[in-house]
Ligand binder design. Structure first.
Ligand SMILES: [Zn+2]
Length: 143
C-alpha cells in the first residue's frame, strides 16, 4: 500500500522555474500561489499534473477559466511528474520497470473528478492523489 504524501508545493515551484506558469513573472517562494489548471470548481484534481505555480494577479484573473491547451499541459506535466517520481505506482503485479514501458504509451490525461485518467493505446490508468491505483487494458500492447 502506497501512502499519500503531503503535497510538495516546493516541487511545483521549482518545476515551473520559480515563475508564474501564465505570465512568466519571477516569484519568491512567498509570492507563489498554486493554481488548479483544471479548476477545482470544475472538479479539477490535486494531482501534480493539474497544479502550476501562479502569481496572485494571474490567479485572480484566471478564476475558473479552463485553458484551451489543458490536454497538452496535463500530458506534459504528467510525464514530468512520473520522471521526477512524483507519481507513484501501486498497481499490483506490475513492477516499476514494466510500468515505465506502460507510461511511455500514455497520450492523454484527464484531471477532472476524484480519479484522474491517463490513456494510451489500449490502456487506461486510474490515478488518485498522485498514485496510479489501477490499470485496465493490455499490458504489453501486442494484442
Ligand atoms: Zn502571473
Amino acid at each position: 500500500m502506497v501512502k499519500r504524501k503531503a503535497l510538495d508545493k516546493r516541487y511545483i515551484y521549482l518545476r515551473d522555474g520559480q515563475r508564474c506558469f501564465y505570465c512568466g513573472k519571477h516569484l519568491k517562494p512567498g509570492q507563489m500561489t498554486l493554481d488548479h489548471y483544471e479548476p477545482r470548481s470544475e472538479g479539477g484534481s490535486d494531482d501534480y499534473f493539474n497544479l502550476v505555480s501562479c502569481c496572485r494577479l494571474c490567479n485572480k484573473y484566471k478564476k475558473n477559466k479552463i485553458p484551451v491547451d489543458k490536454g497538452k499541459i496535463h500530458l506534459e506535466l504528467f510525464h514530468r511528474a512520473w520522471k521526477d517520481k512524483k507519481v507513484l505506482w501501486a498497481v499490483k503485479g506490475i513492477g516499476r520497470n514494466e510500468s515505465e514501458e506502460i507510461l511511455s504509451r500514455i497520450t492523454s490525461v484527464h484531471c477532472r473528478g476524484e480519479i484522474s485518467l491517463a490513456r494510451g493505446d489500449k490502456i487506461t490508468l486510474y490515478i488518485r492523489n498522485n498514485i496510479v491505483i489501477r490499470m485496465d487494458g493490455d499490458r504489453m500492447g501486442i494484442l
